[in-house]
Design a protein around this ligand. Structure first.
Ligand code: ADP
Ligand code: MG
Length: 253
């Protein structure tokens, strides 16, 4: 991994909500192209806020975020920074716990939505790739079905295909399986695993232990808006150094 280029770099990132809710406290992170990083940590530790800052769904209070060589400095609000933010948004796909599909659109319409509205492509132009993606997530037969007629696992797979339609360089997953019935978790994790195999750079907040142990290259544990410790999964899970990590891991393992 060390010879790969850096895909995501975060330096001294802070996020303060309101006057004094200091949620991210000087986060640093360096993710290589093709690296799979799992972020763990107690509820409220700032995991979602961090992911949301990376694609600017939240505005960071201070620090810098670099995605694929584009650096945005949180302190600056210039036109140039705005342009870079829009470019970074296109480079980062995001999947949430709640799939957020458009309920009035079929699976294929959901998948082409981004390319059509954000990239200005013609529908006919994006349909072949959208069909390929639906096939890739195993849902060719659901092409013309609305989300309400899909299971949670199927909806999340459509949501992943929808993100991939924008040809992102990085995929951010925020607890993508937490809202699913247990029997549907596997089909979503399997898609994430295939994405990892194909070399996608992935940052995932997930408590799916198979993914964290066997797929992730690195696990980071967050608490109170900063890292407690990080390392390869085999180290973090068998021999955590910090007391707070031990306590947290005791709850989830
Ligand atoms: P996690 O994903 O690790 O559970 P979050 O990033 O969702 O943690 O939240 C971290 C803290 O930030 C929590 O205390 C939460 O209440 C607060 N927070 C998150 N989003 C907002 C917001 N939009 N406004 C104010 N506080 C927020
Ligand atoms: Mg969260």
């Amino acid at each position: 991994m060390n010879d790969k280029k850096t895909m995501v770099k975060i330096e001294n990132l802070h996020k303060v909500f309101g006057k004094d809710s200091h949620v991210l406290r000087g986060i640093d992170l360096d993710v290589k192209a093709g690296e799979v990083v799992v972020i763990l940590g107690p509820s409220g530790s700032g995991k979602s806020t961090l992911l949301r800052c990376i694609n600017f769904l939240e505005t960071p209070t201070a620090g810098t975020i670099t995605v694929d060589g584009l650096t945005v400095n949180a302190g600056k609000a210039t036109k140039e920074e705005e342009t870079k933010i829009l470019q970074i948004r296109k480079k980062t796909g995001m999947c949430f716990q709640s799939f957020n599909l458009f309920p009035h659109m079929t699976a294929i319409e959901n998948v082409i939505e981004g390319p059509v509205t954000v990239l200005g492509q013609a529908k006919s132009e994006c349909i072949p790739y959208a069909e390929e993606l639906l096939d890739w997530v195993g849902l060719s037969d659901k092409r013309d079905v609305h989300p309400s007629r899909l299971s949670g696992g199927q909806q999340q797979r459509v949501a992943i295909a929808r993100s991939l339609a924008m040809k992102p360089d990085v995929m951010l997953f925020d607890e993508p399986t937490s809202a699913l019935d247990p029997e549907l978790v596997g089909e979503v994790v399997e898609v994430m695993e295939r994405l990892a195999d194909e070399g996608m750079t992935i940052l995932a907040v997930t408590h799916e232990m198979h993914f964290a142990r066997d797929v992730a290259h690195r696990v980071l544990i967050m608490d109170g808006g900063d890292w407690i410790e990080q390392g390869p999964p085999e180290e973090i899970f068998t021999n955590p150094r910090e007391q707070r990590s031990k306590q947290f891991l005791a709850h989830i393992l």
